[in-house]
Design a protein around this ligand. Structure first.
Ligand SMILES: Cc1cc2nc3c(=O)[nH]c(=O)nc-3n(C[C@H](O)[C@H](O)[C@H](O)COP(=O)(O)OP(=O)(O)OC[C@H]3O[C@@H](n4cnc5c(N)ncnc54)[C@H](O)[C@@H]3O)c2cc1C
Length: 469
């Protein structure tokens, strides 16, 4: 049975605000307009005003808020840093945004068992640095790591450039503490490598986009820090050669730590932003890294240089120092901000196809670019088939917006035909909700709706997300 939607915008009663303040303390609950504006948007640039924002500090406070939300039937929207790309943290039906930023402690790093426990509001980059100082490595590395939270990463199952070798957030989450929408508290998973008692509730929670429960603690697996990282770039005249080389690299038996791809528009854009002499008359650039024991990482990167040259690369460049490696990354990291030099609005999609299908996807993007005349830029984690496809446009030009929306839908359809998915990292939220049916059957969506209803009978936690209709 479908979950009953909250049909109207919730309007907060003053008595509820008073109760919220008695749970978290007056200064940790706000309904001032200026504060609400700050929590009304995320990286989608869409805006929905909440009625209040609360900042709990403990699992008990989170549970008390959820119990109150059930009694009074108001929506609660968990929020980390608000860097989400699909509107997951937006109060689309009003209600209370629950900011997790006060729950920001790294509770422990257990060096013997190579695990760490963190609260959800810890910034991903801070967590990475903290474990690195003890000789450990936490690989999930979204480009937003300097701002995003571990809780948001778990809720979205964030990935990044290292996924090609090390996987994504779900591969590191061993267990969770969660407050359910009813206010009940549960702990999932184990702290051991093995554990198969009952259903895997940890996996269900990871990537659930704040719709099944509020994550209040996370136990994460750590790896030993690799001894060396080697970095190179390969410049290709023809985009198809670069795309084919991605598959050749993976088949070669070497698993690079990163295998990033930037098309000509992406490079031109980065160059106009940085002005550092990047070649702009090219088809594409691959940015590749290996890691591990020094000798092995260096041998592998040399082999990859040779392999790229024998598969159509015009030139290759190996970084000799960390500074040179940093410079090679500069262009890749500049693309996102640089895109706004092209046009004021961005439509950004994180499609994934099997690696062998990247040449087909690249060809399709070229066709769409030619057919629509729109500015399209693609770059991303080619090593795992995850391409960030961007259309830069001025949304006030209605015909451009219509063409762009049609191009996105065509690309999603083609991605699914190729055996891929419409979202590798950013989730469904509200922006991809109309397209979920391209990838999932009605029976599959209905099963997920029933799971949602079992967790959240009153549909108060992050309503209106993921499910179409
Ligand atoms: C410049 C830029 C680059 C990015 N690069 C990447 C990338 O490389 N890879 C990638 O995967 N993503 C990337 N993203 C997207 C985004 O950073 C990730 O989705 C990130 O995981 C969101 O974390 P957050 O703390 O900002 O969460 P928010 O945006 O605040 O929330 C995201 C979702 O998680 C839920 N949520 C947050 N905290 C909790 C909690 N404690 N319990 C339950 N639910 C919760 C929210 O309700 C929402 O549905 C990028 C974003 C930007 C702006």
């Amino acid at each position: 049975m479908p979950v009953a939607p909250l049909e109207t915008y919730f309007v907060m009663k003053k008595s509820i605000l008073k109760k919220l303040r008695s749970i978290v303390g007056r200064k940790h609950c706000t309904d001032s307009e200026t504060d609400l504006i700050c929590y009304s948007y995320d990286a989608t640039n869409l805006r929905y005003m909440p009625d209040a924002v609360v900042f709990p500090e403990t699992m008990e406070e989170v549970a008390a808020i959820m119990r109150l939300a059930n009694e009074e039937r108001f929506p609660v929207i968990p929020r980390g840093a608000g860097t989400g790309m699909t509107g997951g943290a937006l109060a689309i039906k009003g209600g209370v945004v629950m900011g997790m930023t006060r729950m920001n402690k790294i509770v422990r790093v257990d060096e013997e068992n190579m695990i760490a426990e963190a609260e959800p509001g810890v910034i991903t980059g801070d967590f990475q640095k903290a474990v690195e100082s003890k000789g450990f490595f936490y690989p999930p590395d979204p480009s937003s790591a300097a701002y995003s939270t571990i809780g948001g990463n778990v809720a979205e199952c964030a990935g990044g450039a290292l996924a090609v070798k090390y996987g994504v957030t779900k591969d590191y989450v061993l267990g969770l503490s969660v407050v359910l929408p009813t206010g009940d508290r549960i702990h999932t998973g184990v702290e051991t490598t093995k554990g198969v008692a009952g259903y895997d509730m940890t996996r269900l929670m990871v990537g659930s986009e704040g719709t099944l429960g509020i994550i209040t603690k996370i136990v994460l697996r750590l790896l030993p820090l690799p001894e060396t990282v080697c970095t190179m770039t390969a410049v290709f005249d023809h985009i198809e050669d670069a795309a084919r080389t991605v598959s050749v690299i993976i088949r070669s038996g070497i698993i690079p730590r990163t295998l990033e791809y930037m098309d000509r528009s992406a490079i031109q854009c980065a160059e106009s932003y940085l002005n550092i002499g990047l070649p702009t008359d090219i088809g594409a650039i691959l940015l590749i890294e290996t890691d591990g024991p020094r000798e092995m990482a260096e041998t592998e990167i040399s082999k990859l240089c040779t392999l790229c040259l024998s598969h159509g690369a015009r030139s290759v460049q190996k970084a000799k120092t960390p500074k040179e490696a940093h410079d090679l990354w500069k262009a890749r990291k500049a693309i996102s901000p640089a895109l706004f030099k092209l046009n004021p609005d961005k439509i950004n999609e994180d499609i994934v196809v099997p690696r062998s299908k990247i040449p087909d996807l690249v060809k399709k993007i070229d066709t769409l670019r030619n057919e629509t005349g729109l500015t399209m830029v693609s770059f991303g984690h080619a090593g795992d088939g995850n391409i960030h496809f961007n259309i830069m446009l001025d949304k006030s030009r209605k015909s451009d917006l219509e063409k762009a929306n049609a191009a996105v839908e065509a690309l999603f359809k083609y991605t699914v035909e190729l055996g891929g998915t419409i979202s590798g990292e950013h989730g469904i939220g509200i922006t991809k909700l109309p397209f979920l049916r391209l990838e999932m059957s009605e029976a599959e969506i209905d099963l997920m709706r029933r799971i949602k209803k079992a967790f959240d009978p009153n549909n108060i936690l992050n309503p209106g997300k993921i499910f179409p209709g």
